[in-house]
Design a protein around this ligand. Structure first.
Ligand code: ADP
Length: 188
């Protein structure tokens, strides 16, 4: 059974929803750098304050900050039996770092799920979510910047993991249930 997974996809691709379903099916925890940063922000740490400034502008948090969070967290017994990383890695540097940490732990990724959506569609979805959730990183200019950062920095990971033979590409344009059926079929 595949138990060490990543999910990739543009902001607004529906990653969070599908990630929850995958974790439930495989009985594994999510590994989310976004959540780790939000808990730092909530606790009001220095790291959290600096992260908030960047996140509110749609920028990524520096790799060095993410790496220190990730390395400590991944060693926790919580993820020993597996995990689904959601929102991490976000660029090639982070992908290389993750490969190294897992290798040092004597393990490696089993598969990478890419939720493939039309970028024109996600702006609309994100604006709708912004209205509902009132997230400070969800105003239109910030959303556009996050999509640009995704295209420039994160999308190259699709090719990286394809070349590593790990990629499972999923058409993410359908309904939640349709997308879930495609993912579940690949995880059997
Ligand atoms: P999304 O809303 O796209 O699901 P997340 O909840 O994963 O995003 O993360 C929220 C924000 O936190 C991102 O827009 C980014 O600024 C920052 N962030 C999260 N994970 C990373 C990471 N691995 N590297 C750099 N920045 C990150």
């Amino acid at each position: 059974m595949k138990k060490r997974l990543l999910i990739l996809g543009a902001p607004g691709a529906g990653k969070g929803t599908q990630a929850r379903k995958i974790c439930e099916l495989l009985d594994i925890p999510t590994f989310s750098t976004g959540e780790m940063l939000r808990s730092q922000m909530k606790a009001g740490t220095e790291l959290g304050k600096k992260a908030k400034e960047l996140i509110d502008r749609g920028e990524l948090v520096p790799d060095s900050v993410i790496s220190s969070l990730v390395e400590a967290e991944l060693q926790s017994p919580h993820y020993r039996e597996g995990f689904l990383a959601d929102g991490y890695p976000r660029n090639l540097e982070q992908a290389h770092f993750l490969d190294r940490v897992l290798k040092d732990m004597g393990t490696k990724l089993d598969a990478v799920i890419n939720l493939d959506v039309r970028l024109e569609d996600v702006v609309g979805r994100l604006l709708k979510r912004a209205e509902i959730e009132n997230r400070s990183d969800d105003t239109e200019p910030v959303i556009r910047r996050r999509l640009q950062v995704y295209q420039e920095q994160t999308e190259p990971l699709v090719r990286y993991y394809r070349e590593a033979g790990l990629l499972i590409n999923i058409d993410g344009n359908g309904s939640i249930d349709q997308v879930w059926d495609s993912i579940a079929a690949q995880l059997q």
